[in-house]
Design a protein around this ligand. Structure first.
Ligand code: ZN
Length: 206
């Protein structure tokens, strides 16, 4: 976390940045890469924290509409930047049972971007030989979501990219439940992230 905070600037936009915010951003950044030695993100130099949700034009003032975005990884002129709603960042860590964590979700998109494309097939995580089984499994799991036969968040059914990020939130927040309800997916994620989250600790905090 110290290393991440040395490399990446965290900026509050129209809010007073607190130490807690920096700690939570850094924790979100390293949770998914904890199993890798000497990890460096290639596509991030700044995280902007907005006080609330925002729209696709990055606006969050009272006059703006469609402020539904909780977090995003920048493209084009926003390359290297991530925007997070501070509310969403904090809620992600306050609620241990809802399988949602916006900041982990966005950092997983960044991991996915390491091979040049955010496509739900992060080559840094998924060895070439597992690509086909991973695609097959994603397809089945997304069908379950889209047929209303899954406890995974609906958003995960919208694209392979979002499926991977939503499944990762679930894996890191409720590994016990994921293991029980989606054993194949759990094993795949364990292998990809090279870690097996300790679920007893999560239970105790409830
Ligand atoms: Zn996403």
């Amino acid at each position: 976390m110290m290393h991440f905070l040395k490399e990446v600037i965290i900026m509050g936009v129209q809010l007073d940045l607190e130490e807690l915010d920096e700690v939570l951003v850094a924790a979100s950044a390293i949770i998914s890469v904890f199993g890798f030695d000497e990890w460096e993100y290639s596509h991030i130099d700044e995280v902007l924290l907005y006080p609330t949700t925002f729209n696709h034009s990055f606006q969050f003032d009272d006059q703006s509409e469609d402020k539904q975005v909780l977090g995003m990884v920048g493209n084009g002129f926003m390359n290297g930047k991530m925007i997070l709603s501070r509310n969403a960042l904090r809620n992600g860590f306050q609620n241990h049972t809802d399988k949602n964590n916006t900041a982990i979700h966005e950092f997983v998109h960044l991991l996915d971007k390491e091979d040049g494309e955010i496509d739900g097939i992060p080559q840094v995580l998924i060895n070439h030989q597992y690509t086909i089984p991973w695609l097959d499994l994603m397809h089945i799991k997304m069908e379950e979501i889209n047929n209303d036969k899954s406890d995974m968040r609906n958003y995960g059914g919208t694209s392979k990219t979002e499926f991977f990020a939503v499944a990762s939130e679930y894996f890191f927040e409720r590994p016990d439940q994921l293991k029980r309800k989606h054993p194949k997916l759990f094993v795949m994620m364990e292998k990809s992230f090279k870690q097996s989250p300790k679920y007893k600790a999560v239970r105790k905090r409830k």
